[in-house]
Design a protein around this ligand. Structure first.
Ligand code: ADP
Ligand code: ZN
Length: 757
């Protein structure tokens, strides 16, 4: 398609004069369009404007989801306002039909418009994000279900009896043929036979049915004073029916979940809908079970593991009010809620809230935007908030609630550095004698230890001991990482793999290739060597075929099916291991190097989260941080437990540097196959930075991006830095507007970049 770049800032659909207010969703003058009237339709196709059509027979509402002809195709769109009238009416085609889903609400149109403006995303891409459910244009689909009929078969075989017993066992419930056959342990033909005989009756029922009702009146756990105070304040906010954001800060295990479930209860009592966002990996069965225990039924789930049918059901039911609570990953924020009253962002600091869903947005920030538009409350929950949220709370923009202690007898683990300069280490080992000793004592007591190392694979570097050459990816500017489990080398940028070379690709000497440094798999080998009697579990996202398999393994481990757990950063995310009493951080220095402005913050968060895994139940925990620089301010802040001090120091440093959250940034990544062309474009942009200078912004680059090549595409970065109040989006879009991308050149804008890759 002719979309010049993946995130074209302008022209925005809102630029059309007569639509200026419709696109932002405000003051749409006309709510209904009669047959034949001109309507402007926003489609999911990458076009830079609305398309005009005639309203179909029966007319259509503003916001209606429609199917329209586009060339020879039929595409989905939303009626965004009146037509512009500048298109020849003789050629004007008609909307094919109005889809059988609730029209998009004004508040949602407004939200998409504002989110597009903020992230400099074209509206069609926003609409795609908001219509990520399969089969939206299908007619409401029906399925056949079976109930007990009024006849009895003349001849009752064993199999037939089992079927009838199964259906009677569940009272009046209805089942599909497949379900019933499975429950009774018979073939579907037995079931079909009973239908013919009239012993079972077939009925049509809509495929998408409302979710079971959640009951907010069921009693929650008895809260501690601290918890009750926080829950009371949150509930008050929800009851007010107004917008507000609260930072709920509390150490892991302090009962944040219990507390925010009370806010959910208050929201449901008010008859409004609630959304709980979790990082994908934290969306566990354990969490859903807790919701079920609190409200008597399971909520709607929205995540990458959900089936297509389930996604469609969630999408439709949310719009019709057939789902009171959605628990989901970040894109759940773009579901068409009918009356959203509360958004919880759990683990709000988690970097996975900002990832590319086709649109680069931060779900935490967009939650606040959406809530402001529908008068909802936001709760940002974390043990280690982002500096952004901490600062907003300091500035009084967010309310802050603190849960100071862990629930019950659990206390924060004792944290200590292991000074690696004083440890006697054997070559190619990473578990220090001090840490081993601590692990041994856990093993003897039947308690669990967790070793944390944020490096997937077996070894981060494979080099030739003859010539010193390291094995790199052919397509990326990255080293290949050995994965012994897969028996291959893998590039973590593009996923390319190749076999472990027998001889050096560079000097061709054979038998000299060596693994250097530890990855989580190698650490697993070391642990197995030291503790041959222990049951060892390695948790790394790439060792599991599916998120489901990984979650299952985590649940087994929580139930005690391992003595030593080794994990990458995914273990830091909100799992509950009651038997865990020791956490060993293999390389606490790992995140401290690097030019990322958030390096210190990330390390601090990660270490505190990991340490928070220990001693969640009755047994006190200990965390040992292996470090070669225990005197580093970040390590010291982690150990001292004086978090406020760390945030204050970090805030002061960023303030002085004028970087987020005390300044604004936008990253521009240019990429293409030809490095000279990519740089040419970068230089053109740098020469024409007038719009940026007008707002006092500085431009850095073009420079090779930290990862200068991915999948054979060269990457060049420009960085815009502006003062806090500066209209950076406006300036960036004016700056980029004249650019036409040729050939395979791509341009991506990242507002408030989190990663500098
Ligand atoms: P967080 O979300 O802060 O990590 P959780 O809400 O998961 O904390 O609470 C940690 C554990 O303590 C959970 O098993 C939870 O059920 C339990 N818990 C917390 N508060 C209470 C309470 N008031 N009564 C009973 N159990 C509680
Ligand atoms: Zn690669």
């Amino acid at each position: 398609m002719g979309w010049p770049w993946s995130r074209q800032p302008l022209p925005h659909v809102g630029e059309r004069d007569n639509k200026a207010d419709n696109v932002s969703g405000q003051a749409a003058t006309q709510e209904f369009f009669h047959q034949g009237e001109r309507v402007g339709v926003l489609t999911t196709q990458p076009l830079d404007r609305l398309l005009d059509y005639r309203a179909p027979e029966g007319g259509c509402f503003l916001g209606a989801y429609v199917e329209v002809p586009l060339g020879p195709r039929k595409v989905i769109g939303v009626v965004w306002g009146a037509g512009a009238g500048d298109f020849d009416s003789a050629k004007l085609r008609s909307v094919i039909r109005v889809l059988d889903v609730a029209p998009m609400r004004q508040e949602m149109r407004q939200f998409l418009g504002r989110a597009a403006d903020y992230t400099l995303t074209p509206m069609p891409a926003m609409l795609r994000l908001a219509t990520r459910a399969p089969g939206l244009s299908d007619p409401p689909s029906m399925r056949k279900i079976l109930r007990r009929g009024d006849k009895n078969p003349d001849r009752l075989t064993d199999a037939r009896t089992r079927v009838l017993e199964a259906i009677e066992h569940y009272g009046g419930l209805a089942f599909t043929t497949g379900e019933l056959a499975e429950m009774a342990g018979v073939t579907p033909s037995v079931v079909k036979g009973l239908v013919k005989l009239g012993a079972l009756r077939e009925e049509d029922t809509p495929r998408d049915v409302p979710y079971p009702t959640l009951d907010p009146q069921l009693p929650g756990k008895e809260l501690t004073q601290d918890q009750a105070d926080a829950a009371g304040q949150l509930a008050e906010g929800v009851a007010s029916g107004a917008y507000g954001t609260t930072l709920l800060k509390g150490v892991t295990g302090s009962g944040k979940t219990e507390v925010y479930l009370e806010a959910v209860a208050a929201c449901l009592r008010k008859g409004r809908q609630a959304l709980v966002l979790l990082p994908e990996i934290a969306l566990t069965a354990e969490f859903l079970t807790r919701v079920e225990a609190r409200f008597g039924a399971r909520p709607a789930e929205w995540h990458s593991g959900a089936t297509m049918t389930e996604r469609r059901r969630v999408w439709r039911m949310v719009g019709q009010g057939g789902a009171q609570l959605v628990v989901g990953a970040r894109s759940a924020l773009f579901l068409p809620f009918r009356d959203l009253g509360l958004i919880i962002v759990d683990e709000e600091h988690d970097t996975s809230y900002k990832q590319d869903d086709g649109v680069l947005y931060n779900a935490r920030d967009m939650s606040v935007l959406r809530a402001a538009m529908c008068s909802a409350q936001v709760v940002l929950a974390s043990a280690t908030p982002s500096l952004e949220s901490w600062t907003n709370a300091e500035a009084g923009k967010y309310t802050r609630l603190d849960l100071k202690s862990r629930f019950g007898v659990a206390v924060m683990p004792e944290m200590r550095a292991v000074d690696m300069r004083n440890e006697q280490m054997q070559p190619a080992t990473w578990i220090s004698p001090t840490l081993r000793q601590a692990m041994r004592s856990r093993l003897e007591k039947g308690e669990q230890s967790l070793l944390f190392l944020n490096r997937r694979g077996f070894a981060p570097v494979t080099l030739c001991r003859a010539c010193g050459q390291q094995v790199a990816c052919d397509h990326c500017d990255a080293r290949m990482v050995e994965h012994r489990f897969l028996k291959r080398l893998m590039c973590h940028q593009c996923g390319e793999t190749k076999p472990l070379p027998e001889e050096c690709p560079s000097c061709h000497v054979a038998g000299k290739m060596a693994a250097v440094g530890p990855g989580i798999e190698r650490l697993g080998e070391e642990a197995a060597g030291v503790f041959p009697e222990a049951r060892i579990a390695v948790l790394s996202s790439d060792l599991f075929g599916s998120a489901r398999a990984l979650k299952q393994r985590i649940e087994e481990i929580a139930a005690g099916e391992a003595d030593i757990i080794l994990g990458t950063q995914l273990v830091a995310k909100g799992h509950n291991f009651p038997l865990l009493t020791l956490v060993g951080v293999i390389d606490a220095d790992l995140g401290l190097q690097g030019s990322d402005l958030r390096a210190a913050e990330r390390t601090f968060q990660l270490m505190r989260q990991v340490a928070g895994r220990a001693g969640r139940a009755e047994r006190p925990g200990q965390a040992l941080l292996q470090s070669f620089q225990p005197e580093h301010p970040v390590i010291r802040a982690i150990l001292s437990g004086d978090e406020e001090n760390f945030w204050r120091a970090e805030a002061a440093e960023r303030h002085a540097a004028g970087v987020p959250p005390f300044g604004r940034m936008a990253g521009i990544i240019l990429s293409g196959g030809d490095v000279a062309q990519v740089f040419d474009l970068g230089n053109t942009l740098a020469r024409n930075d007038g719009p940026l200078r007008q707002i006092g912004a500085q431009l850095f680059g073009p420079a090779p991006a930290p990862i200068a090549r991915i999948r054979g595409r060269h990457r060049v970065r420009l960085l815009v830095k502006a003062a806090k109040g500066a209209p950076i989006q406006d300036a960036v879009s004016r700056w980029l507007a004249p650019i036409r991308l040729r050939g395979d050149l791509r341009l991506n804008v990242d507002i408030d970049p989190q990663n500098f890759f």
